[in-house]
Design a binder for this molecule. Sequence first.
Ligand code: A3P
Length: 292
Amino acid sequence: MELSRPELFDFHGVSMTHYFTDNWDNVQNFKARPDDILIATYPKAGTTWVSYILDLLHFGQTCPERQSSIPISDRVPFLEFFMQGYPSGPEALDALPTSPRLIKTHLPVQFVPKSFWEQNCKIVYVARNSKDNVVSFFHFDRMNKVQPKPGDWDSFLKRFMEGKMVFGSWYDHVCGWWEKKQTYSNLHYMFFEDLVEDTGRELARLCSFLGLSTPANEREKIRADVQFDVMKENKMTNCSTDPVLDFNISPFMRKGKVGDWKNHFTVAQNEQFDEDYKRKMKNTTLCFRTEL
Ligand code: A3P
């Protein structure tokens, strides 16, 4: 199949590409079920990591064969992604034999289909500090053949600051979801940095939010299975079966670190970024750690 790098365009005030808007009406009319669990993130914030954790928590014991034979992207379908020749997100979700359904989305909060709110679905939002997030996004856009061309690092960073990325502005995304958390109690807002710092603690918090009584020894096994090096070697979680990714350019499981931005930002870029960040984030109580 011919894969083409798309152009970004403005879609109701958010930069998008056609891969995420072509199936818009079906996505907006998606019928969520009360036990559906939505995993929402800005791209490159740890979506795959948390998807795998949730999958193991729900199905690690009951469906062990699923772990060795079905890529995580099929176990946790991507709601809004649409590409000819592949089932759409809603089709893949309706065909899932198991429940609860785990659903991945990168939609900013205002674009989430209304049935998720009506059904009071549990939602896990994962946020990552902007500097590591933009670095990870840059390498991802280099290797992903259905993302816009990244250009060089300096221009990519400028576009990130302008919100001209697929799924729009990081600043609006993390703040929009943070605001939602103040009024929607079924939303667990978590941070990539906390997961790196203490995966076991975050697993326990997730269990409590999801109402799971996973025993400590099972949680410990999951903690070990979701470590970066283990996931990187696991063909079902390292995205190596994904046809749109070019692993000759970069691995998907690249570094998994907090603070890798220091290897990319120049001093001048860092100063400009910090100044702009202060302005954009001045009205939120949301705080990120850029190093541990
Ligand atoms: P890096 O590019 O910084 O390495 P997403 O799944 O949202 O696309 O996010 C991908 C990022 O999460 C990548 O970041 C990837 O390495 C990191 N990641 C995935 N699994 C991880 C794990 N088990 N531990 C630490 N980082 C992980």
